[in-house]
Design a protein around this ligand. Structure first.
Ligand SMILES: CC(C)(COP(=O)(O)OP(=O)(O)OC[C@H]1O[C@@H](n2cnc3c(N)ncnc32)[C@H](O)[C@@H]1OP(=O)(O)O)[C@@H](O)C(=O)NCCC(=O)NCCS
Length: 169
């Protein structure tokens, strides 16, 4: 599928041709590299492979000028879904690609009559929390000390925030 996404530059707004594609094991190396570069608690190649291979999951990549700039992996169930993973390449951040990946997922979930989209995010992940709030996600609960962050050989616990977006029909 080809579509146009509005992307922002400092002075102008221009249309760039982009496409979404199902994420398969063919892209595993690119996605593993992107994951390790962008995420603090990144998934291993094996975790990504298992998730992509799971036929119940919805996994999409966003391609801009033949380059994979981001991906999203979600797990739908009967009437809700969870975002399991989302990342945008470091050179392509703040160009609305993260929002586009979520909106693309939402269009797929709507077709399945799915009503709520959940996710969990580290309390300190300001960029991701800002993105989710900008799309209308609301905090539903806190998981105390859910994440472990390794800093200077110290193991620091960090809360997780569970957020939800009610999907409009
Ligand atoms: C979180 C992430 C996916 C955002 O992707 P992105 O393509 O940069 O996000 P967008 O450009 O769509 O941002 C949309 C809005 O979110 C908010 N936002 C995104 N990044 C932000 C940042 N670093 N600081 C403040 N606000 C931010 C802004 O409101 C932004 O709108 P604006 O640019 O008009 O101000 C990206 O930073 C990333 O890959 N992070 C590492 C992996 C990760 O944390 N994944 C989420 C796990 S829960």
């Amino acid at each position: 599928m080809k579509l146009a996404i509005t992307t922002k530059t400092k002075l102008t707004t221009k249309l760039i041709s982009t496409s979404f594609k199902k994420l398969t094991l063919n892209e595993i190396d690119v996605v593993t590299e992107l994951e390790s570069e962008t995420s603090e608690n990144h998934w291993t190649k094996q975790q990504l492979s298992e998730s992509i291979s799971n036929p119940n999951n919805l996994s999409q990549i966003l391609i801009v000028k033949s380059k994979i700039v981001g991906y999203i992996i979600a797990m739908p169930s009967v009437d809700s879904a969870d975002i399991l993973n989302l990342a945008v390449h470091k050179d392509f951040k703040r160009k609305s690609y993260g929002s586009s990946l979520i909106n693309h997922l939402l269009s797929k979930l709507k077709k399945r009559q799915i009503k709520n989209l959940f996710l969990e995010v580290r309390m300190g992940n300001f960029a991701a929390i800002s993105l989710y709030l900008s799309l209308g996600f609301k905090e539903v609960s806190i998981r105390k000390n859910y994440y472990t962050k390794n800093s200077n050989e110290l193991s620091i616990k960090e809360d997780g925030i569970i957020m939800c977006l009610e999907i409009s029909t």
